[in-house]
Design a protein around this ligand. Structure first.
Ligand code: 5AD
Length: 338
């Protein structure tokens, strides 16, 4: 078994050791679940958010952002595009909003997306912390996977990157993740890599946290400065180089693959903000999921979680490995069910 010490060693590996780690990530993936890549069309439903996370470009107190909510037609057109392009799945993502009106709207949209695809489109939601009842309603409507990152599993660091108030609570976040599981969702989580004040030891703990939480899916990527967020500006002098954040993110992917061979691991969009080949590189370290953005073009600039967020993805290079028209559920989750 891998100890924290082993993991720290892997996180610090350089040159040929690092390349060997990446190759091992691929090897473990290929023998556990094959080398297939699955797509989820990402629909950025709304950038309205009640939270004020210090690192995030769409935090509620950022007045520079033009706020939007897609219309039902826009969402369903995007879902239709994903269905007709044979993506297999979509992710509907937005800021955290807890109103009954919002909950009902999402419930309706999930049902309509199911309907337009004759029940075939896999639906993942990524809409923050909600009540158990809300999660249950969205699950009953037809969503079956949910993404909710822990951002950092270190409570002190979590508190540093979020405002100090009950709305931003580490314990509530963990509770929400557990509620998602109890409702029956495949649960995805993950962290940001290279946050100021974050140590390599913290990253090793993040990986062990994911293993302990027995997550089914993971999305994690480099922390990137966001103009509209105070955290990046105040702590810029503590920021590791882009190269460090990029390589460490790839190492995190490879190590997580070794620790949890059968989970789904996304090649995060943030990787591509640093390197145009970022997401392909992630696939070559053990990731198996890509989330091409299929939001309407005219709103993409308003969903800037961080600077230089890529607005598109070119999948030609891995085209022959993409499994079209399949959900590509977490085989980790499926093997737990039996
Ligand atoms: N850098 C990197 N990732 C970020 N996210 C939000 N802000 C940033 C940033 N500045 C990520 C968070 C969130 C996901 C939707 O976007 O991890 O969970």
């Amino acid at each position: 078994m891998y100890t924290k010490h082993n993991i720290i060693e892997m996180l610090n590996s350089q040159s040929s050791d690092m390349e060997r780690l990446f190759a091992r990530g691929v090897e473990v993936r290929n023998s556990a679940i094959g080398d297939g890549v699955y797509l989820r069309g990402l629909i950025e439903y709304s950038n309205i958010c009640s939270k004020d996370c210090l690192y995030c470009g769409i935090r509620s107190s950022n007045r520079e952002v033009e706020r939007y909510v897609l219309t039902e037609t826009q969402v369903l057109d995007a879902a239709k595009f994903a269905y007709e392009s044979n993506y297999g799945s979509v992710v509907l993502q937005c800021g955290e909003v807890k109103s009954e009106r919002h909950i009902t709207l999402i419930e309706h949209l999930v049902k309509e997306m199911k309907k337009l695809s004759n029940g075939t489109l896999g639906i993942t939601l990524s809409m923050g912390e909600q009540t158990l009842e809300c999660y249950q309603r969205w699950f009953d409507a037809g969503a079956h996977r949910y993404l909710l990152r822990i951002e950092s599993s270190n409570r002190d660091l979590y508190n540093k990157i979020h405002p100090n108030n009950p709305q931003h609570s580490y314990d509530e976040r963990i509770m929400a993740i557990e509620n998602l599981r109890s409702v029956g969702f495949q649960v995805g989580s993950g962290v940001m890599i290279g946050l100021p004040y974050q140590s390599v030891e913290d990253l090793a703990d993040d990986l062990l946290w994911m293993k302990r939480m027995d997550i089914d899916m993971c999305g994690m990527g480099p922390y990137l400065i966001s103009e509209g967020a105070p955290f990046g500006l105040e702590s810029a002098h503590l920021l590791k180089s882009e190269q460090w954040r990029f390589e460490t993110s790839l190492k995190m992917i490879a190590i997580l693959r070794i620790l949890m061979p059968k989970i789904n691991i996304a090649a995060s969009t943030a990787l591509q903000a640093i390197n145009p080949m970022g997401r392909i590189k992630a696939i070559e370290c053990g990731a198996n999921i890509i989330m091409p953005n299929i939001s309407p073009e005219n709103i993409r600039a308003n969903y800037n979680l961080y600077n230089n967020k890529p607005r598109s993805f070119d999948s030609k290079i891995i085209e022959d490995r993409v499994h079209y028209g399949e959900w590509g559920d977490s085989s980790h989750f499926n093997s737990k069910k039996r």
